[in-house]
Design a binder for this molecule. Structure first.
Ligand code: CTP
Length: 396
């Protein structure tokens, strides 16, 4: 793979040459793009020696073909990793500023995989503006390698330290083993469903859609065409390979998913579908019912995953999720059998940092032949990589 390594001006830049060496040892071609401030911490000669290529730092360097360098590098690279990424470069990426070689390259690279390893002082990392920028970058599919906790260069202890190069390599390794899914169509369901009670009220759940959107992004980056059927969510996604279908209720999701599935080679159903809906929806706002209250009768919704299980042909791969609180493995195995799945991704609500609303997740993938693959606590983007690589890597 051709990997572009971006380096910005943080003390952790002294570790980046080691990351470059590890990438080269793993068989990748590497070109480094540094900011002016990065070169206060690491020398051009070091980066050129370990990468085996000249470095790019100055947009207008007379050695560069300065009118097109950011474009030709963009075409050369298959993936970019910025380590360390300062609050400054994060802010520029989130607001679309390109004022040097690295930031202009990043803007032109947004349709390809970008990994950021933020490194900064804890107060800076926790600053609401930085967190807002990180959140936005995650939303548009940039992979964030979570900073580690520990001793910081400023003499304090806290979150903000760049993970060690070996740890960054581990995160990148699933991305560098990408299966090629070009020409494949994959259905993804995401988010909650809303079941209407009357014209202003509904029954819903806390699902944010983040896991399903991360899956859609990763699949699209692997070249697949994605049919993303999503319940109500504030998330945005923007990739030419993704066709987004917005629905509200479980029955609408059922219609969209069963219509799309026959032309897909795989389906990953991560939506938190409401199992029940009110048997009747009032077309006006219901009035207070007085002291006696009111009784809502619920009827069962169709099970989309189980229906796809009955429709599935030999060459289709069906992946479901299970959210369990008790007897997790046992129940997940039963669900896999009952719904005729190839894989089930077990989410445990007991894990701190996993589940609804949060940006991280820890899952166990169980395959039909009984094999299991457990992930550590990762960002939802990284979990999506694990799921896609494990379940679709050799099959689809
Ligand atoms: N699912 C679905 N349609 C439904 C309910 C669930 O497609 N009506 C899918 C979910 O998207 C998920 C999987 O089924 O991939 C498991 O959902 P979960 O809520 O864990 O299980 P249920 O099948 O609803 O079983 P139970 O609530 O009894 O545990």
């Amino acid at each position: 793979m051709n990997i572009l390594v971006g380096i910005t001006g943080g003390i952790a830049a002294y570790k980046t040459p080691l990351l470059v060496r590890l990438l080269r040892k793993a068989g990748h071609q590497v070109k480094c793009v540094a900011t002016r401030h990065a070169l206060q911490f690491v020398t051009p000669l070091t980066l050129e020696t370990v990468s085996g290529n000249k470095i790019y730092a100055d947009l207008f360097d007379s050695n560069n073909d300065h009118t097109t360098e950011h474009i030709s590098l963009k075409d050369w690279g298959d993936m970019m990793v910025v380590a360390p990424a300062t609050a400054n470069i994060i802010g520029k990426m989130a607001t679309g500023i390109g004022d040097d070689a690295l930031s202009t390259l990043l803007l032109s690279f947004m349709r390809k995989p970008i990994y950021l390893a933020p490194a900064m002082n804890t107060q800076m990392w926790e600053c609401p503006a930085v967190q807002r920028n990180i959140e936005y970058l995650r939303c548009i599919g940039i992979h964030i390698i979570e900073p580690a906790s520990g001793d910081l260069a400023c003499g304090t202890t806290g979150t903000g330290r760049m993970p060690e190069p070996e740890e960054i390599m581990q995160v990148l390794s699933s991305a560098t083993r990408k299966p090629d899914l070009s020409g494949k169509r994959v259905l993804v369901t995401a988010g909650p469903t809303y079941e209407r009670i009357d014209s202003v009220r509904f029954i819903g759940n806390y699902s944010s859609g983040k896991m399903g959107f991360a899956l859609a992004q990763v699949l699209a980056e692997h070249g697949a065409h994605v049919e993303l059927v999503t319940g109500p969510t504030a998330l945005k996604i923007n990739h030419p390979n993704i066709h987004r279908v917005d629905i509200e209720s479980a029955r609408e999701m059922y219609e969209a998913a069963t219509a799309a599935f026959p032309t897909c080679q795989a389906a990953i159903l991560s939506a938190a579908v409401a199992d029940f809906r009110p048997d009747h929806t009032a077309d006006h706002k219901l009035k207070k019912q007085g002291a006696e209250g009111m009784t809502l009768t619920l009827v069962q919704n169709p099970d989309i995953l189980a229906t796809l299980g009955t429709m599935k042909t030999q060459d289709q791969t069906l992946i479901g999720f299970a959210l369990e609180t008790d007897n997790e493995m046992d129940n997940a195995h039963k669900k896999l059998e009952k719904k005729k799945l190839d894989y089930i991704v077990l989410n445990s609500l007991r894990d701190a940092g996993a589940g609804f609303g949060v940006d991280t997740n820890r899952v166990t993938i169980i395959s039909r032949d009984g094999k299991t693959h457990a992930t550590p606590l990762l960002t939802k983007g990284q979990v999506a990589e694990e799921i896609v690589n494990y379940c679709l890597g050799s099959k689809s």
